[in-house]
Write a protein of this length. Structure first.
Length: 71
């Protein structure tokens, strides 16, 4: 039973070491990056903020024939 506990503790320790090695950034830097992305990326669902979106740039506009086919 003690070998099983030791093995589980060793595996858990290894996972913690792997997490410790993950690259990290400061919250303030992540927040600034997110704000910059939101300000620079147009959202087709917010025409009141960005203005009307061209049909070619609207990902929610039906592409192609303009009508749905039911099979």
């Amino acid at each position: 039973m003690s070998e099983l506990k030791l093995r589980k503790l060793m595996e858990h320790t290894q996972r913690l070491r792997e997490q410790l090695e993950l690259p990290r950034i400061k919250v303030s830097e992540a927040g600034q990056t997110l704000i910059a992305y939101v300000k620079s990326t147009k959202d087709a669902l917010l025409p009141s903020v960005w203005g009307p979106v061209d049909k070619k740039d609207d990902p929610f506009q039906a592409q192609g024939g303009g009508c749905c086919s039911v099979i």
